[in-house]
Design a protein around this ligand. Structure first.
Ligand code: ACO
Length: 459
């Protein structure tokens, strides 16, 4: 088979959130709008000390197995991506093995590179399928799990938490476009978590530098993706017009808005088409004549205008989960597949036109890739299941409980304390389930024993 790709997606997020509008006030911003308009975020998910990257991964993997009725013995690869490490040696993947019963013949371990790891795990899972599927006929699963927390200061509002699990197989509704992935690897220190730097989970972050690095890696990868599309797929003058959706790593959605502006300006400079250009000819023609700016994070009013329709049609609607959960690190890109699928039927299918989804993955430090999927409309039953699951995931956003900025701050202090607590220890939030709710079926940390071994339970 040559139609390997994503044939199932699930997402878990914590049951508590804080509103960004309330955070703006609590953080002393006299004028409203810095987090909601300036960064484009409405809510932020967070979890207490009884959840960690392992419990999130356990929950989302079990959800995927249940929602898609996957026989655990049919799985032959399980790759996990996270930058929220609870162990420098033992993998999160190993902690998921009990979910697969007697099936111990499962390849794959953890991948770590900031927010990029999920993409590497996906590439690895697809490579494994290509190598083994024709002989073994078994499936692959990729899990992204992270808790994004920052020290008090300007980055705190860009936290979040969640996990995404992807089922990979042949006959997939989202077929991976082989041979076009385009990558930019670079050595930098825009965001990192050095051993010994902090006695807590918080990163060292150079905010502005990370934004420039994100946008310049995007530009490099997108140019390369276009060159490869022309050379290997015969697609000349490819532009965002050729895509039904463009999904991005989303630390906050305003950065994604800027990313779309950078790409549309790039399309215009290279003579490609721009959505809605007939209504704004002067602007696109002006962009065509402009040189590439040396600092891509300075977005010109012309490129913002020229990219508005593109943003509204193929990116912004898929970002609802990102606006309401915050940066989830590794799952942050993949959660947009849930957003896209949940709206799929509302959009009109054009006869004879393939629907493509562009993906941009970025992880500080840095690694970045642009690649794409093609929607396989023929996979009706599987696609329907993916759409139904995605809709129910989006619906669950409204079942969460709102907490005040003060309660959020107390929870961050509780996580900090738990990080350095002497063992054996028990998460303090276990004793107040009304303040720290969990959805039914959620796995949580129940204790850490005197050898630092973690035990989990399920509600
Ligand atoms: N109303 C509307 N907009 C406002 C208001 C207001 N009252 N106040 C400020 N803004 C706007 C600003 O103009 C700015 O928008 P612009 O960049 O389009 O001009 C935006 O809000 C943010 O304001 P800044 O002053 O730039 O914010 P600050 O420097 O305090 O922090 C930052 C922002 C750097 C993103 C910080 O939150 C951070 O470090 N976050 C973590 C790093 C990060 O996520 N990097 C992204 C890639 S790496 C990764 O994924 C981890």
């Amino acid at each position: 088979p040559d139609d390997f790709g994503v044939s199932g997606v699930s997402c878990y997020f914590p049951a508590s959130f804080v509103r960004q509008e309330a955070l703006e006030k609590a953080h002393g911003h006299k004028e409203p709008g810095k987090y909601t308009i300036g960064l484009g975020q409405t809510e932020m998910a967070f979890c207490s000390d009884k959840e960690d990257s392992v419990s999130l991964a356990l929950t989302v993997t079990q959800m995927l197995l249940d929602e898609y009725e996957i026989d655990p013995s049919s799985v032959g690869f399980l790759g996990v991506a996270s930058e929220t490490l609870v162990d420098k040696s033992k993998s999160i993947k190993s902690a998921l093995m009990p979910l697969f019963g007697d099936n111990t013949d499962i390849s794959g371990v953890d991948v770590k590179h900031a927010c990029y790891g999920g993409t590497q795990a996906l590439f690895d899972g697809l490579g494994w399928l290509h190598r083994t599927y024709p002989i073994q006929h078994r499936l692959a699963i990729v899990v992204c799990t992270d808790i994004a927390v920052y020290a008090d200061g300007p980055a705190r509002c860009t936290g979040g938490a969640g996990a995404v699990a992807l089922l990979l197989s042949p006959g997939a509704p989202l077929v991976f476009d082989n041979g076009l992935e385009s990558t930019h690897g670079h050595h930098g220190y825009d965001f990192f978590k050095p051993v010994g730097a902090h006695n807590c989970e918080y990163p060292i972050v150079a905010g502005k530098e990370s934004i420039s690095a994100y946008l310049s890696a995007l530009s490099t990868c997108y140019k390369l993706y276009k060159r490869k599309s022309k050379a290997y797929a015969g697609r000349d003058k490819l532009s965002l017009v050729d895509f039904d959706a463009a999904c991005f790593h989303s630390p906050f959605t305003k950065l994604v808005r800027k990313a779309v502006a950078v790409m549309v300006a790039e399309d215009a400079r290279e003579g490609g088409r721009v959505r809605g250009e007939e209504k704004m000819e002067g602007i696109v023609a002006g962009l065509r004549a402009q040189e590439e700016p040396s600092d891509l994070s300075v977005i010109s009013p012309e490129s913002l205008k020229a990219s508005e329709q593109t943003w509204q049609e193929i990116t912004s609607p898929n970002l609802e989960m990102n606006r309401r959960l915050g940066n989830m690190y590794t799952p942050s890109l993949y959660v947009q597949l849930v957003g896209y699928l949940s709206r799929l039927e509302e959009e009109k299918r054009e006869e004879g036109r393939e629907r493509r989804i562009l993906m941009y993955s970025y992880g500080s430090g840095s690694m970045a890739s642009v690649y794409s999927f093609t929607l396989n409309e023929g996979m009706t039953e599987r696609l329907r299941r993916m759409i139904d699951v995605s809709r129910s995931i989006v619906g669950r956003l409204d079942e969460r409980e709102e907490r005040t900025p003060e309660e959020y701050g107390e929870t961050m202090a509780q996580r900090e304390k738990f990080y350095t607590q002497r063992v054996p220890s028990t998460p303090s939030s276990l004793s107040s389930s009304s303040l720290y709710p969990l959805f039914p079926g959620t796995f949580h940390l129940s204790s850490i024993d005197d050898q630092y071994r973690r035990q989990y339970a399920r509600v």
